[in-house]
Write a new protein. Structure first.
Length: 262
C-alpha cells in the first residue's frame, strides 16, 4: 500500500507545527490546548495512555522510517489515527530536535483544575518552577512513584513546551497535570491532607517522617525556594552527608516522593 507524502516545506501542516514551536508557541498552545510531541517515547505513551486525563492525539506525522517503526510496534492502534506521511526534510523542518526520530504528533489536552483531581491522595506541587528539565523530571518521577497528580503554580514553566514534553519521557500521558494554581488555592484545597514543604532549613528530617496516604508535597523555585508558609504546613529537610549546599529541586522531589510512596 502506498501513502501520499508531503514534501513541500511550505505545506500548511509544516506551518502549523512550526507555529506551535515558535516564539508565539506558548500563546497558541495555551489558547488552543494543543502541543507537539515528538519521538518514539512520547508516541508510545500517547498511543497507549494509562490515564483518563491523558492528552489525545489529533494527527501523527511520520517519515517512511517512522511509519515502519510505528506499524511494527502498534499494528492495531495506528490505523485508528490520522497519520500523515512527510519527507525527511519536512520532518526536520517540523521539529526543534537535532536528530528527529521520524515520528511527531499534534496532541490535544483539556485544561484541568483542582476540582478535577479532588480525589487525588498523593500530590506533588511545584511553586514557580522555571527549568523545563526539572519540570519534566518531576512529572516523570511522580508517575514512577505512583502519585495521583502533579500541580504547578502560576508563573511556572509552560508544561506543554517541547522541552518539558520530551523530559517527561511519556509520563505526561500517565498522570494528571494541573497548571496555574496559586499557593493559597493549593493550601485551601489541601486542607485535611498532610501538607509537607521541603526546605534545607526544615525543622523535621525526612528520615523521621512517617508516610501518609493523603499527602501534598510542596517544592519551591530553583533559586528562591518557597515563600513564607502558614503554620499548618510542616517544613521538612532532606539530610545531606556531603558538602553540597543543597539538592537540585528535581532531585529533592525524587527523594521525597520515593520516601512518601513507600
Amino acid at each position: 500500500m502506498t501513502h501520499q507524502e508531503i514534501t513541500s516545506l511550505h505545506s500548511p501542516h509544516v506551518e502549523r507545527v512550526k507555529a506551535l514551536l515558535g516564539s508565539r508557541g506558548k500563546k497558541i498552545r495555551s489558547a488552543e490546548h494543543i502541543f507537539v510531541a515528538d519521538g518514539m517515547q512520547s508516541l508510545r505513551s500517547a498511543l497507549r495512555p494509562h490515564s483518563e486525563f491523558a492528552p489525545h492525539i489529533q494527527k501523527i506525522f511520520v517519515t517512511a522510517e517512522g511509519r515502519l517503526k510505528l506499524e511494527s510496534e502498534f499494528p492495531k492502534e495506528l490505523p485508528a489515527h490520522d497519520v500523515v506521511n512527510v519527507s525527511d526534510a519536512v520532518m526536520n523542518a517540523m521539529t526543534d530536535t537535532q536528530s528527529p526520530q521520524g515520528v511527531l504528533a499534534l496532541c490535544k489536552y483539556l485544561p484541568y483544575n483542582l476540582e478535577s483531581v479532588s480525589s487525588a491522595k498523593r500530590v506533588a506541587y511545584f511553586w514557580q518552577l522555571q527549568d523545563p528539565g526539572n519540570a519534566g523530571t518531576a512529572i516523570r518521577t511522580a508517575d514512577a512513584c505512583g502519585f495521583d497528580a502533579v500541580i504547578f503554580s502560576d508563573l511556572s514553566v509552560d508544561i506543554f513546551s517541547p522541552k518539558v514534553v520530551r523530559s517527561t519521557a511519556g509520563s505526561l500521558w500517565n498522570i494528571p497535570i494541573v497548571e496555574g494554581v496559586s499557593l493559597d488555592s493549593l493550601l485551601e484545597w489541601g486542607s485535611g491532607r498532610s501538607l509537607l514543604a521541603f526546605d534545607g532549613h526544615g525543622s523535621r528530617s525526612l528520615t523521621d517522617l512517617q508516610p501518609s496516604r493523603d499527602s501534598v508535597l510542596i517544592f519551591g523555585n530553583e533559586a528562591r525556594g518557597l515563600p513564607d508558609l502558614p503554620s499548618q504546613v510542616e517544613i521538612i529537610s532532606i539530610p545531606m552527608q556531603g558538602h553540597a549546599e543543597s539538592f537540585n529541586v528535581a532531585s529533592a522531589a525524587a527523594i521525597a516522593m520515593f520516601h512518601v510512596s513507600r
